[in-house]
Design a protein around this ligand. Sequence first.
Ligand code: ADP
Ligand code: TRP
Length: 331
Amino acid sequence: METVVSGIRPTGNLHLGNYFGAMKNFVAMQQDFNSFFFIADYHSLTTHPHPKDLHDTVRQVVAEYLACGIDPEKSTLYLQSDVPETAELYLFMNMLAYVGELERSTSFKDKIRKHPDNVNAGLLTYPVLMASDIILHRADKVPVGKDQTQHLEMTRDFAQRFNRVYETEYFPLPTAFNFSQELVKVPGLDGSGKMGKSEGEGNAIFLIDEPAAIRKKVMRALTDSGPKEINSQKPEVIQNIFLLMKLVSADDTLKFFENAFNNCTIRYGDMKKQLAEDIIHFTTPIREKVNAYYSDAAYLHKVLAQGEEKARASAAKTIKEVREIIGFRKF
Ligand code: ADP
Ligand code: TRP
């Protein structure tokens, strides 16, 4: 059976981009794959969160993952920091990663640009830690959004380098995965290309947003004065609204507005009203479950303890074999 691994950093609430980029696919796969999903809390240390904030956010995101449908009976749901084998593999893999290739990664260059005052070594080696998360369970598939393509390429490079250096085929070369064949990029509402929690105010719709907040954000989404010619090309901001509608609305609804766009009768106000209601319809059951999970500390504890045990068993096996391959052998 193939193995699937994915994780999300606990840096804020889940939004529609996280859901459609990563979570939805993971949930669909957990039945048929050997599945691991983790809260990437080691990764979140690059921005030095306050200990209390880190702890609170982790609890919140665990509740959100469960509400999205991660089933701890089918998947191993664990906290990255509960599995220190991750850090040991990260150490080994750092010896195989070149500073030059890490410096060239687009996410690193992006981070330097956005936070020139905090260019720590952990940021540089972020792709090595991510690769370690994945190969720790010898994963084949990784459900993530389109923005993670380069990280997955680097993961394959590191895994392949390990295999070459140690003359083995120990690690499979994992690929980014989405059932729709193509990786997904969910657009933001402010005209920026990507929905993300660190983008501007109003860009992202969070799964726990109340209906009033969702209506407000959607109604403020950028549009323009409308098409002037029959069957014209959609400008990017308009494409974005259609992309969101494709994710949450019924096919008929989408078709109705496509036709209205093509024959220039579209009213973006109406379209956004419909989109807001369809998002609310989609997120409401999730939002209602988040609160129930969040308040059940005993259940959260049990789920994570069980996840820790299963993840450590898998990780310990890999580490034992990797140590052997590397030459750390008993006399
Ligand atoms: P953010 O960009 O909000 O900080 P993360 O970087 O923590 O989100 O992403 C966690 C997961 O969600 C990754 O698999 C990422 O590819 C996916 N993801 C985040 N934003 C989007 C988006 N707008 N479209 C598709 N997938 C996304
Ligand atoms: N880098 C991913 C992100 O920013 C999070 C992540 C860390 C991850 N380790 C991973 C995703 C392993 C998949 C598998 O979204």
